[in-house]
Design a protein around this ligand. Sequence first.
Ligand code: ATP
Ligand code: MG
Length: 235
Amino acid sequence: MIVLDNITKKFGDFKAVDQVSYQVNKGDFFSLLGPNGAGKTTIIRMLMGFIQPTSGNITIKGISAAETRARKKIGYIAEQHMIPPYLSGFEYLFRHASLVGLSGRDARIEVERVVEVVSMSGKEKQKSSGYSKGMKQRIGFAAAILGNPELLILDEPVSGLDPIGIRDVRNIICDLKSRGVTIVLNSHLLSEVEKTCDTAAIIHKGRIVIKDSIASIMAHGESLEDLFIKLTQET
Ligand SMILES: Nc1ncnc2c1ncn2[C@@H]1O[C@H](COP(=O)(O)OP(=O)(O)OP(=O)(O)O)[C@@H](O)[C@H]1O
Ligand SMILES: [Mg+2]
């Protein structure tokens, strides 16, 4: 589904991402872990075609990530989800629906469905300027799952959510996975990753230091947290 082939991204002389290669197969739940500043968001921004790699290639279903058509049927949530304050959650999602090719009654039905999924029913008509951080994040997540994407790209989707919100997102993600959706997740919540993901990579200073299935990582008897600390404290 996704292939990163020897990706390097420089900002000036600084290498934020350094020769990263990995592959995410269809139906996989892949998590990218790493300390603050490791390069996780930079990789996702390249996947989404917002910025271009300095060298290397990224393809999604065989199409270069630089091309807009590569992002058909992709749901995405940014690290810091922004909703124009003058729009209600409903208006925001309704506009978003047009981006996935829905309009009129179909768009309204789909927006109502995702509003319900993220437990925002009854609050969707309020202006988002009055939403809490977690409410904005819920609407952002609703936008990501709108239109039944086949690939979900999530950059810390539960940041700012309360424990119920975290559980809700976990359940929604697991449900989508069981329906064959491919998921790429950036996260700091290692216990969530242990519970839900198939494969994880830890990135440190722009380089992948380990990539393996969660099952094999756990088979070594170490928790993901121990491994994370060990691999990212060494320079
Ligand atoms: N547009 C940019 N210009 C210059 N440097 C950048 C830019 N974007 C990211 N960086 C740098 O690249 C490095 C990786 O940043 P990135 O946002 O990818 O980290 P991250 O792993 O997502 O961290 P976090 O866990 O804090 O979200 C950081 O050192 C950051 O300062
Ligand atoms: Mg980030």
